[in-house]
Ligand binder design. Structure first.
Ligand code: C2O
Ligand code: CU
Ligand code: CU
Length: 485
């Protein structure tokens, strides 16, 4: 298997084993209702909307040739100013929290050389990308401390909002939580021609939660989602963004380990959805709410020309209703009118047809009652086991069940390498905003989701699929498929 991950073994060290047992214990006591009952940690909170929204810096290539762009990134411990007057220790790509943004173009290859200066291994995965297995950031294809690895990203896919994050087996949950994640935006001519809002009017909102102590340190326990009640946008708590009176394109990324969010504007205004995980929808979908579970993305257009100069609009998370802790995430401060020749086109992109499925598979996501690990089809992740072998070029029907109805645990499924179609949830067709192109789909407790998955990439080899509650993935809710010619 020339394309198999280069490292095939992993042994639990004592530190990881300890964390897993802590997580497993926590898994038992999680309340049956999916709620965030406790108020935020003890750290001093900034007065709301007193800090401008940071925009992650765009990384400059170290070389650009007709063959593509080359980037260098270093992973190392760093500090970030997240809370007022406090330095928070983080793990960072190039010292930035979140990491720098890479801007790529369809058809133009990118190579990223990553050097690991941490004391733990890493693996860097480009979420949503179609890449060879050797560049996929498989959980056991590790960059050891002091070592480097070059990832090749062919960018064969259309424009999309992707993100990169750590994927080192068992420790990805903690390492992503501590900061190892950033944006990777692919652009293409087809989407440029649509004249969507661009440049300074195209804003990423990288949303995640955390728990802080009084010194501003981030606290992490596996499955400790209930106390991660501080929500950060681009690494800041309750920032503000001055906006001019015109249309904006907002790229929404749920980068939390375990927190689902449902976003609304405080004035009830419209969020026009134009793109999902893997890029543009067929047509814009007008909505007033956008629900995103961990790793899901949405792009929306918001028209601030309808708001008065001097007014404010707040982006809110109402996932747990009006009493959701830290409901107010970001304040838009409306300034002066600005020229706007951007549009919201009637049609955005024609999607490819999928063939009929040749195989039907059943995937059960559920906690294993015998050891309280999270499991897929009753099995914990084993990097030496191939769970499904798939013929390249075929379409499959995946029936994914969340079997944790009695515990109330939410799950999701993320499949590396593909953008799939979501057919239905509990037999009900999903809306067009969730139908395609998707790489991660939510599966509330006890529900069943059916997916049409087409393995169209030329690459063969081994790729993971897993729940994208990263705390669950770290506690074994992961499996792997092998694409064969
Ligand atoms: Cu976002 Cu396997 O990952
Ligand atoms: Cu992924
Ligand atoms: Cu899960």
């Amino acid at each position: 298997m020339p394309n198999a991950p280069t490292v095939k073994t992993w042994t639990l060290n004592r530190r990881n084993a300890l964390k897993l047992s802590v997580g497993a214990a926590a898994g038992v006591v999680v309340p049956a209702r999916w709620l965030y009952p406790r108020q935020a940690g003890h750290a001093a909170e900034s007065p709301p909307f007193s800090r401008p929204l940071p925009i992650p810096r765009v990384l400059a290539p170290t070389s650009s040739t007709p063959a593509g762009d080359v980037y260098q990134m270093t992973i190392a411990p760093a500090t970030a100013r997240i809370l007022p007057g406090l330095d928070t220790p983080v793990l960072a790509f190039n010292g930035q929290f979140p990491g720098p943004t890479i801007k790529a173009r369809t058809g133009r290859p990118v190579r990223v050389r990553v050097t690991n200066k941490m004391s733990s291994p890493s693996s860097v995965h480009l979420h949503g990308a179609d890449v060879a297995p050797s560049s996929d950031g498989h959980p056991v294809d590790l960059i050891q401390p002091g070592e480097s690895k070059t990832y090749h990203y062919p960018n064969r896919q259309p424009a999309a909002t992707l993100w990169y994050h750590d994927h080192a087996h068992h420790i990805e949950a903690e390492q992503v939580y501590r900061g190892l994640a950033g944006l990777y935006l692919i652009g293409d001519e087809e989407s440029d021609a649509l004249r969507l809002p661009g440049g300074a009017y195209d804003i990423p909102l990288f949303i995640r939660d955390a728990e802080f102590d009084e010194q501003g340190r981030m606290l992490f326990t596996l499955d400790g989602f209930a106390t991660r009640t501080t929500v950060l946008v681009n690494g800041a708590q309750q920032p503000y963004l001055p906006v001019r009176r015109r249309k904006y394109r907002l790229r929404l990324i749920n980068a939390a380990n375990s927190r689902p969010i449902r976003l609304v504007l405080s004035d009830g205004g419209e969020l026009v959805r134009i793109a999902s995980d893997g890029g543009l929808l067929e047509r814009p979908v007008r909505a007033t709410q956008v629900e995103l579970w961990p790793a899901e993305r949405a792009e929306v257009i918001v028209d601030f020309s309808t708001r008065p100069t001097g007014g404010t609009v707040i982006l809110e998370n109402i996932f747990n209703g009006p009493e959701t802790p830290n409901r107010q995430l970001l304040q838009f401060q409306v300034t002066d009118p600005a020229p706007d020749n951007s549009r919201i086109p009637e049609t955005l992109r024609t999607h490819p047809a999928f063939g009929d499925p040749v195989v039907t598979r059943t995937i059960n996501l559920g906690r294993d009652p015998t050891n309280s690990f999270y499991a897929i089809n009753g099995l914990p992740f084993d990097p030496n086991r191939i769970d499904f072998q798939i013929k390249r070029g075929t379409t499959e029907l995946w029936v994914v069940n969340n079997t944790d109805g009695q515990f109330g645990f939410p799950h999701s499924i993320h499949i590396h390498q593909v953008q799939f179609r979501v057919l239905d949830r509990n037999g009900q067709a999903v809306g067009p905003e969730e139908a395609y192109p998707k790489d991660t789909v939510r599966i509330p407790a006890g529900q069943t989701v059916r997916l049409l998955v087409r393995f169209e990439s030329p690459f063969t080899g081994v790729y993971p699929y897993h729940c994208h509650f990263l705390d669950h993935a770290a506690a074994h809710m992961m499996a792997q498929l092998e694409i064969v010619p």
